[in-house]
Design a protein around this ligand. Sequence first.
Ligand code: NAD
Ligand code: TYD
Length: 349
Amino acid sequence: MTTILITGGAGFIGSHLVRLFVNKYPNYKIVNLDLLTYAGNLENLRDVENAPNYVFEKADINDPTQLAQVLEKHRPEGIIHLAAESHVDRSISNPVAFVETNVLGTVKLLNAVKNLWGADLEGKRFYHVSTDEVYGSLGDEGFFTETTAYDPRSPYSASKAASDHFVRAYYHTFHLPVVLSNCSNNYGPNQFPEKLIPLMINNIRTEKPLPVYGDGQNVRDWLWVKDHALAIDAIFHGGRTGETYNIGGNNEWTNLALVQQLCDIMDELLGRTPGDSRKLISFVKDRPGHDRRYAIDAYKLHHELGWSPTVQFAEGFRETAKWYLEHEDWLEHVVSGEYRKYYEGQYQD
Ligand code: NAD
Ligand code: TYD
């Protein structure tokens, strides 16, 4: 049996990836290593928690002793590393936490895996999951490719860029068999409601103001989270060692147009008068250093590994809105406690 260790598997993308691998590969043992920070939630994995090929290990990637124990116990041949601090606004209020988890945590994980595998690298793979935000901000034209120079501009993207560099350094210096991907914004079920789409759905649901930063004209490319998981699957199994693959949805939206679209979908799902929820839109002060536009050229991934997004936005946004409305208990659990303090601090004026 092949053992794959997925870090951050209780988070948004990680939980979709764990589910995909547990169900699709019964001959793999999937070890989910997660610290269960505010963003990690085992409720995301209720449907697979008793599967015979699934194991959860609560551990901190920043703790070399815990890491060595988990690695020694399971001796994985593959690592897929998603554990991170992932929210740009939090990185603006607390950059150091992002350096600790995303940079130091990644280096400690690389080191622990290097120690475990030693010179026996046959059949091994370390997959680092990263973001398109490392490339910086685009104007109205153009796309990020795998050769676009790094130009991170937020503490979050700077910490992810640093982690990418360390992963490549372990490939070149120690021959660790790595592969990387840089993906655009994900959306779908189980995303923590501090990120744009679930935050807006939750506020529409509870008839709270919809805080659009600045002029609402910043552009993001949105990918259905399960399509990201399928891309990771394709790259983990077929990607070339040492290479990087961009992943994107070919689905660009200004934030304002996206929020308006969500309002219309929610009005319909909630039986409200069309146009009602749009009245909740409220322009608030801009995010400092707010990147204007991200857009991905995913040709390499499509050409080499045949991956394309399977879900289009019209279906994906509606499915997402429906999921949150059908899982109000999940929303209520995750917005209680620590998150409420964060929300009040972030949107106080
Ligand atoms: P998330 O914040 O939902 O989940 C992160 C997970 O990591 C949580 O389960 C958390 O408990 C865990 N974690 C945090 N610190 C840890 C530590 N020290 N030790 C062990 N576990 C720890 O994040 P996400 O949105 O699912 O993103 C996952 C990965 O994908 C991140 O590396 C992120 O940079 C990358 N990414 C995200 C997006 C996106 O749109 N969300 C896009 C591209 C890339
Ligand atoms: P977010 O979901 O935080 O992802 P990222 O910053 O990684 O792209 O934000 C997506 C876009 O939405 C980004 O341009 C910032 C904007 N935004 C708002 O306008 N209001 C909000 O309350 C949030 C959280 C984000």
